[in-house]
Design a protein around this ligand. Sequence first.
Ligand code: PGA
Length: 253
Amino acid sequence: MRKTIIAGNWKMNHLGQDVTITVTSLVQRISPDVKPEIIIAPVFPYLPQAVELAKDSPVHIAAQNMHWEDHGAYTGEVSPAMLTDIGVTHVIIGHSERRAYFNETDETVNKKVKSALSHGLTPILCCGETLEQREAGVMQSWIEGQIEQALSGISAADAEKVIIAYEPIWAIGTGKTATAAQAQEVCALIRRKLASLYTEATAQAVSILYGGSVKGSNVAELTASADIDGGLVGGASLKADDFMAIINGAVVK
Ligand code: PGA
């Protein structure tokens, strides 16, 4: 059975003290038998601190990006070997902000997903369309193309380890959440694509999250949908109170 997952993407927010306060508060408040899997992605400099604070708790720590090589002349980059070395277990790959502002392409996303898997890191693979694409009626082919290219050359056994996050770009940080029906439609589309690339069993094993203005007040309706297995949360993951409301409100099917 696939897992329900609530992941917080802190983006470029929180100094060290905020990381300590927020992770400590979450660790104290999340019960050891919490149903959804919980993941938080702080910025690189505070990852070791977050790993230490979350040790022996149900909170997993993710990076927000990585390079695909183990080491080398790549100024400013961080490798998967470095992430596993400090106890990071998950990594967000291909977030739309990285695709839009840092030239991330389907090709680099594919390299990163493969590399993460080969290092035992769980990739949180992001996809999503712009409003223009949605209105032009090309959303379906765009999303299918992103999934196909990101998973190119990846075995079914490895694909089952990937978490996919559907994040319509028009809903990120805008307060405009996709309706549960809109989000469900695309998450179901992604699952059908997985079934066509692999098998129905593989498609059923992959957790597909929705992201884009998820909050305590809409998480239940979103996660009650058949193909939405949780949320990738930006703004509402920064404060422990807001994130706890999402964790507690998520429907675990
Ligand atoms: P948001 O961000 O919840 O602030 O819309 C989601 C994301 O970018 O992962």
